[in-house]
Design a protein around this ligand. Structure first.
Ligand SMILES: Nc1nc2c(ncn2[C@@H]2O[C@H](COP(=O)(O)OP(=O)(O)OP(=O)(O)OP(=O)(O)OC[C@H]3O[C@@H](n4cnc5c(=O)[nH]c(N)nc54)[C@H](O)[C@@H]3O)[C@@H](O)[C@H]2O)c(=O)[nH]1
Length: 149
């Protein structure tokens, strides 16, 4: 069975133009790659609980500080050291764009990045596609919101 991990693509809207920035964390081990907060599903744990727990452990952001966006869920499948791994991501908007990120010792740095830079930092094509899809989803959300007003 594939290794399973879950996480949240956390974003914030930055005044004055409400531009979207995504949160990426850099590992303090291995190749020092950048990903959204995520981690392995513990035995008996459901996926969303894992995503919330890992976001709190790795970024210091608790569920009261963000809202999970309805209707967006992406599954990535890749190999790590020859073993299949599945990663599920949801999208979550930080309520206070100034909220402080607190890293654990698993990460050495973090950045809030607009889409293009986030894709550059993430590197992997599947993660780039996920970030692009998230951005498009949010733009669609905005358009829908505007048409309802
Ligand atoms: N010392 C040391 N310790 C490690 C190492 N490795 C782990 N630890 C320990 O594990 C704990 C973390 O546990 P959790 O937080 O629960 O789990 P995850 O968050 O799942 O953590 P991972 O880092 O294991 O998982 P990935 O991010 O998935 O990276 C695995 C590989 O996959 C590639 N990769 C990454 N993202 C993408 C993508 O989007 N797309 C594609 N295509 N590929 C991608 C990339 O090549 C990468 O090298 C740490 O505390 C350490 O103790 C290591 O190399 N050295």
């Amino acid at each position: 069975m594939a290794l399973r991990a879950c996480g949240l693509i956390v974003f914030r809207r930055v005044p004055p133009a409400n531009n979207i920035e995504f949160l990426l964390l850099q590992t303090s081990y291995g190749k020092h790659h950048w990903t959204p907060p995520k981690g392995h599903v513990d035995p008996g744990e459901d996926d969303m609980t894992t995503a919330l727990r890992e976001t709190e452990e790795e970024a210091g952001l608790h569920p009261g500080q963000f809202s999970v966006v309805d209707g967006f869920r992406q599954e990535l499948n890749y190999n790590v050291k020859g073993k299949a791994k599945t990663v599920i991501y949801w999208l979550a908007e930080l309520r206070d764009p100034g909220a402080r990120v607190r890293l654990s010792n698993e990460h050495q740095d973090f950045r809030w990045l607009p889409l293009r830079e986030a894709c550059e930092y993430a590197g992997y094509q599947d993660m780039q596609k996920t970030l692009n899809d998230a951005s498009q989803f949010l733009q669609g959300d905005l358009r829908q919101g505007a048409s309802l007003q």
